[in-house]
Design a protein around this ligand. Structure first.
Ligand code: ADP
Ligand code: MG
Length: 411
């Protein structure tokens, strides 16, 4: 039996572990967090810091292959391992994609379309470039950001001036990029095996709320030529990175070329690569329902050396995913992860999946689960998840439930 090590034990690790075990493998999770949800499906798990070399060595010795479900893994300890156990995607891919400066430079150096950006390595750098920057712009820290964390929007010069005065971070390393007038956001997942066979999922269309992914539609409602351009960019990036594993590419689409002249124009739209995640992606949860292989199945096959085939859409309509953040739990009056009241589901036959990640406690903005709908049209699929989510969030508080379960619906 093959053993796969996963660095990170969040929901992506949990769902990957399920696909690995369906192919007969066993999973070892490594995560500094004792409450990481993937531990419950693991054969063994480690709780140690990313830099604990002896724990990392012990972990690697158990595994035939290692992957990660989180790109903010510190690589210093991993780089000291002797390399006997392969890590896919490679540490070189992880190093590039976990650092926004290296990632943007990779895009620029490989002629991939990217929003105009400046690299800043200090507050002094930021002060120096202030004359050249066009507002609005966004400062993104080079490392450690996700769900919009580590990002500062400067609408006007005064915002930048105040930021420089306050110096809210102990030190500064990052990129300042133009804030684009977004028309839509897309993502696309590529898989590539050890023999360089690649395959690609249908393009997804994403909306964000407070910079956190809110909904994903598959397939994206875009022209065939725009979809082909996006797929081509994702495949090119994977090839240039010499990827083995999964690569999720996030894209911005505008209706104007913006400051950056590198955007690719298709059908009157302009396409930019935003960022990469060398792992399964939140938007890709939808592949568990919408395609013949999920993103987790595809990565499991690549890690276990099982042949890969192109994932196909399973039905002609549209699938829509909506995240369930901790806010839904809080709206129900609970912060306990397992306690979500799902009773309204009985009124939602167009919901084809509900996944709760099993995190112990709910906090605002924390990804706790997701739902997926299927509809004949994009609008109906989107409306279905939004309707369910609003009803879940509006579910009666515990006290009301004890008095009269489902009273709202039995009228
Ligand atoms: P992360 O997902 O790592 O937090 P992103 O760079 O993807 O960071 O930013 C999160 C979201 O913020 C994006 O999906 C987009 O909605 C918005 N955003 C980020 N950069 C820009 C930009 N240059 N112009 C407009 N919106 C942006
Ligand atoms: Mg992003």
């Amino acid at each position: 039996m093959k053993t796969v090590g996963i660095l990170g034990g969040g929901q992506l690790g949990l769902l990957l572990a399920n696909s690995l075990s369906r192919l007969g493998a066993q999973v070892v999770i490594y995560d500094p967090d004792a409450a990481a949800p993937a531990r419950k499906v693991a054969w063994k798990s480690f709780q140690a810091p990313w830099t604990d070399l002896s724990a990392l060595k012990e972990f690697a010795a158990l595994c035939d292959v290692i992957t990660y479900e989180f790109e903010n893994v510190e690589t210093s300890g991993l780089k000291k391992l002797d390399g006997t156990t392969p890590i896919f995607p490679s540490l070189a891919v992880l190093t590039t994609t976990q650092d926004r400066i290296l990632e943007k430079e990779f895009l620029r150096d490989n002629d991939l379309p990217v929003a105009a950006f400046y690299v800043v390595e200090s507050y002094e750098d930021l002060a120096k470039i202030e004359d050249g920057i066009t507002f609005p712009c966004i400062l993104k820290t080079a490392t450690g950001g996700y769900d919009g964390k580590g990002q500062f929007v400067f609408e006007h010069y005064a915002d930048l001036h105040n930021f420089l005065k306050d110096r809210p971070l102990p030190s500064l390393r990052g990129v300042v990029e133009e804030k684009l007038p977004l028309h839509m956001e897309l993502s696309c997942i590529v898989g590539r095996d050890r023999e360089d066979h690649d395959c690609i999922f249908p393009v997804m269309q994403n909306t964000h709320s407070s910079q956190i992914l809110d909904t994903t539609l598959m397939p994206a409602e875009i022209s065939a030529s725009l979809a082909a351009t996006v797929k081509d960019l994702a495949l090119t990036a994977a090839e240039k990175l010499d990827l083995v594993g999964l690569l999720t590419c996030e894209f911005f689409v505008t209706k104007e070329p913006a400051q950056s002249r590198s955007a690719i124009e298709v059908d009157g739209y302009y396409v930019f690569v935003n960022e990469f995640a060398p792992r399964p992606h939140n938007s890709g949860h939808i592949t568990m329902n919408a395609t013949s292989l999920s993103q987790y199945d595809l990565l499991a096959r690549i890690l276990l050396d099982v042949p890969v085939v192109e994932p196909r859409l399973l039905a002609p309509g549209f699938y829509c995913l909506a995240n369930l953040l901790g806010d839904v739990w809080l709206a129900q009056g609970t912060d306990s992860g397992p306690a979500l009241d799902l009773s309204v589901l009985k009124y939602h036959s167009d919901i084809v999946d509900v996944v709760i990640y099993g995190k112990a406690s709910a906090r605002p903005g924390r990804k706790m689960g997701h739902v997926v709908s299927y509809g004949a049209t994009a609008d109906s699929a989107i409306a279905a998840v939004k309707h369910l989510r609003s009803e879940l969030g509006a579910a009666p508080k515990k006290e009301d439930l004890i008095a009269s379960p489902d009273s709202r619906h039995e009228k």
